[in-house]
Ligand binder design. Structure first.
Ligand code: GLC
Ligand code: CA
Length: 515
């Protein structure tokens, strides 16, 4: 386990929307370099960059055309190398996004693979052996290449699946086993890309759709086995490199595949969604536990989470996120107070937390935007960072119609500037919580976690981290419980008290007590 992870707090940057350094309306790498001090002042010591590679941008860059080249709109490979260097000088680590499951259909590997003549890339992707062979259980693109066959898609139609083989072979004429030499070559090609960026100075990878390598892989063990080979290579060759998976299956990702962190994502009905993002599809109401009048069942979370935590203890971390580029920002359903309470929880949990750019100021989910570069409903979470009251809220000097996406036009749009120094703002809350976390070993990734009070349908939620007791009442109504804890209050949102075993929490409040 790379040591630097043991007190890491990540900041996720969507490069096109963070800061535009040259006035063309789109965020870029030099812009990120200029804002490293901001990341540092916020208290984060690691950055995850969404894909910065050359791409036709049919899926925001997750459709990679060239894995080893920075997209010209973001700058050059030299700019990226400089970002690594400047970040390191400031004590900030930088991980890149690795997209192992698919490429763009404009990637040269795919262009070669689509040719009639057999060549070294013919099996780099998954093709049926004739265009007339199109079993409906597979997502295939049919009749659009010179090659006589259909290819399997991993995500959007422009993202053909790379070939790591099949766990269960149902069509032996065109499905290869995972140990076929051509599938092993795909793995080697991936390692080659990783070495390329690690040699340039990056500190690891967030791995996109990490569970999607092997097909017909129900229990995901064969996929995990491939990752184990890769993470073992990293341990030998790049022991400080960190691997974070988009998997949401910590046992498989951490214990079997060897990832250092696995994201806790909002999969419908799981613990994370029950806590922060639970929409009842029948009524359209937010019923998450953190919603002011929420009814979410906290025990769905506590049971799932504590089980996963125990199973993975010592092997890696479960990563809580404030949001990401794929989900609506929490502001869509939670009010500012609820968000501060949610972040107070996320930032006091074990593991390595991730803050999505703009979440720290409570940027809004912008409704109704036309899809940008394959964003669709995700587009509203990808709008430019709001820095100050200047032109385009400080994001860019371009004319507003040239911006990658429009900035939030509401009169009270939150910005870094207008929240700085306001103690009740989301921004100052996040900063204090990060400071507290970094100063307090009991709040760091490896320190213990124990549920003190969590009852189905009830509030508050109380848990222990070492010498600290954290009590949260997201409900819009005061609550009190008897607990066997004593302690002095070291942090508070709203009003809370703990004396003679009685914990009292006002409507939407929380506190941290130290014994
Ligand atoms: C991941 C990314 C998402 C992308 C998809 C396909 O879920 O986070 O943005 O569209 O994979 O690569
Ligand atoms: Ca730019």
């Amino acid at each position: 386990m790379p040591n630097w992870l043991k007190n890491a707090i990540f900041y996720e940057i969507y490069p096109q929307s963070f800061y535009d350094s040259n006035g063309d309306g789109i965020g870029d790498i030099r812009g990120i370099i200029q804002k490293l001090d901001y990341v540092k002042e916020l208290g984060c010591n690691a950055v995850w960059l969404n894909p910065v590679y050359d791409s036709p941008f049919m899926d925001g860059g997750y459709d990679v055309r060239c894995y080893k080249k920075v997209a010209p709109r973001y700058g050059t490979n030299d700019d990226l190398a400089e970002l690594f260097k400047e970040a390191h000088k400031k004590g900030i680590r930088v991980i890149l996004d690795l997209v192992p499951g698919h490429t763009s259909d404009k990637c040269d590997w795919f262009v070669q693979s689509s040719k009639h003549e057999k060549n070294e890339f013919s099996n780099r992707y998954i093709w049926t052996d004739s265009v007339w062979e199109a079993p409906p259980q597979y997502r295939l693109m049919c009749g659009i290449s010179e090659r006589d066959g259909n290819y399997l898609v991993n995500y959007f139609s422009s993202q053909p699946a790379l070939n790591y083989g099949f766990a269960k072979i149902t069509h032996p004429k065109w499905q290869l086993p995972t140990d076929h030499p051509d599938c092993l070559k795909t793995v080697e090609a991936l390692k080659d890309i990783m070495r390329f960026w690690l040699d340039m100075g990056c500190d690891g990878f967030r791995v996109d759709m990490a569970d999607s390598l092997v097909k017909n892989d129900d229990d995901k063990r064969p996929t995990a086995r491939i990752w184990r080979g890769i993470t073992d290579m990293l341990k030998r060759e790049y022991p400080e490199a960190v691997m974070v998976s988009e998997w949401c299956n910590p046992e498989r990702a951490i214990n079997d595949a060897g990832f250092n962190c696995d994201f806790y994502l909002d999969h419908r009905g799981n613990g994370y969604s029950t806590m922060f993002r639970y929409t009842n599809y029948e009524t359209g109401e937010d019923e998450s536990y953190y919603c002011k009048d929420g009814r979410g069942d906290i025990t769905v979370f506590t049971e799932e989470y504590t089980r996963a935590l125990e199973k993975t203890a010592g092997n890696g971390y479960i990563s809580f996120i404030t949001g990401n580029h794929d989900v609506p920002r929490m502001t869509r359903t939670l009010d500012d107070r609820a968000i501060r309470l949610a972040y107070a929880t996320i930032l006091t949990m074990p593991g390595v937390p991730f803050i999505y750019y703009g979440d720290e100021i409570g940027m809004r989910y912008i409704e109704g935007l036309p899809s940008k570069e394959g964003g669709y409903s995700r587009t509203g979470s990808r709008t430019p960072m709001q820095w100050n009251s200047g032109k385009n809220l400080g994001f860019s000097t371009a004319d507003s119609d040239k911006l990658y996406l429009p900035v939030d036009t509401s009169a009270d749009a939150p910005t870094v500037e207008n929240q700085t120094g306001k103690p009740d703002s989301i921004f100052e809350t996040v900063k204090s919580l990060i400071r507290l976390r970094r100063e307090n070993p009991d709040l760091q990734p490896d320190a213990g976690f124990e549920v003190i009070y969590a009852e189905k349908g009830k509030y508050p939620f109380v848990y222990r981290r070492g010498s600290l007791v954290i009590a949260v009442n997201p409900k819009g109504k005061a609550v009190s419980v008897e607990i066997e804890c004593v302690g002095e209050k070291i942090f508070e949102i709203g009003t809370a008290s703990l004396s003679r075993g009685r914990l009292v929490l006002d409507s939407q409040s929380m506190a941290i007590f130290k014994s």
